[in-house]
Design a protein around this ligand. Structure first.
Ligand SMILES: N[C@@H](CCC(=O)N[C@@H](CS)C(=O)NCC(=O)O)C(=O)O
Length: 335
């Protein structure tokens, strides 16, 4: 684990000293947008085109997972390529498969070599895009093959691009961020991001008891609120699946397998919260979604990579999860 400082790789863990043991996530650095050409802007810098863009992802990472789900839901598989990094993130950060893997790192099935740029480590992709880049080297990365740069490394914005920019190309007009619901979606996203998506990390990466307990309390208070809400309504916003549901899903699906143990978010499992569990199963069973979930990558990444939290790097065999049985949410209605 490390970061780039003025283009040089430095192997360093998160610094929580300045924040009294609390984990503070850095903002993503590449924030450009792919757009469909319009009458007003017929030639956008990053124009939506088939085959031009490529995703670098980890199957372990909840943020990268969002982009893979949107690639499926929006029929982008034939238009946007994907390279999957190895789940073990060690001294060189995220790395591709191949002979240059770091000491200790094992090849886990489903990871790939970098056929597109021929690199060994993800930080080298950042160096290609910006030779003097300073900051963390994170997944997902949306790469432009035409201008050889990173368009975006912010999952929240990549899924918005996928939601609408390629509609003409794919003929898939499904809208997970409809204009009429935007305000409500933004509001719930903001709350879920802080308390739940990033909340599990704030608990898991805390280096003081106070910071951990604060994150833990906020997380379970939020989950209790959601349990009540989802006992009455099928989805987070309105009566249809929106972006907000998919953003929550990628945290919930990792919860019982990893966060309960590794991040110590162990008041209870999601499996003990009947409405959230049924909601999670429904989203998991949504066409195209289950194949984006890889528990081997998820468990290998967290338990093996974070030596500060799990120094033995022993990866648990369990748990057994029940995600395929009927979800029973149909009586809550559909749009
Ligand atoms: N804001 C980013 C966050 C991405 C992120 O933090 N990804 C993690 C993996 S789950 C990562 O690559 N961490 C490496 C690091 O922080 O050095 C997004 O949502 O795209």
């Amino acid at each position: 684990m490390g970061l780039l400082q003025a283009g040089q790789w430095v192997d360093k863990w998160y610094d929580t000293n300045k924040s009294k043991g609390a984990f503070v996530r850095e903002d993503a650095a590449f924030r450009r947008w792919i757009k469909a050409p319009t009458a007003d802007e017929p030639a956008p810098e990053f124009k939506a085109e088939s085959g031009r863009y490529h995703l670098y992802v980890s199957l372990a990472c909840p943020w990268a997972h969002r982009t893979l789900i949107f690639r499926e839901l929006k029929s982008l598989q034939a238009h946007i390529g994907v390279t999957v990094v190895e789940p073990h993130m060690l001294g060189n950060g995220w790395e591709f498969s191949g002979p240059k893997q770091s000491e200790l790192a094992q090849h886990i099935e489903g990871s790939e070599i970098d056929r597109l740029n021929g690199k060994d480590y993800l930080y080298q992709i950042y160096q290609l895009a910006k030779p003097d880049y300073s900051g963390r080297v994170t997944v997902p990365v949306l790469w432009d093959k035409q201008t050889h740069t990173i368009v975006s490394n912010e999952s929240a914005e990549i899924i918005r691009m996928f939601n609408s920019a390629f509609n003409e190309i794919t003929d898939n007009g499904l809208d997970f961020y409809p204009t009429s619901l935007r305000e409500e979606i933004d509001e719930i996203n903001h709350w879920i991001y802080h308390k739940i998506n990033n909340g599990v990390y704030r608990a898991g990466f805390a280096t003081s008891q106070t910071a951990y307990e604060h994150a833990y309390d906020e997380l379970f208070e939020a989950l209790d609120t959601l349990e009540t809400r989802l006992s009455r309504q099928r989805y987070l916003v309105g009566n249809q699946i929106t972006e907000a549901d998919w953003r929550l899903f990628t945290t919930l699906i990792r919860f019982d397998a990893v966060y309960v143990g590794h991040f110590k978010t162990n008041r209870n499992r999601i499996g003990d919260m009947p409405s959230i569990q049924a909601y999670l199963k429904e989203l998991y069973q949504h066409p195209g979604v289950a194949k984006t979930v890889n528990f081997e990558h998820i468990k290998q990444h967290y338990y093996f990579s974070h030596g500060q939290i799990n120094p033995t790097r022993v990866v648990p065999k369990g748990p057994r999860l029940d995600l395929d049985s009927p979800h029973g949410r149909d009586e809550l209605g559909h749009n």
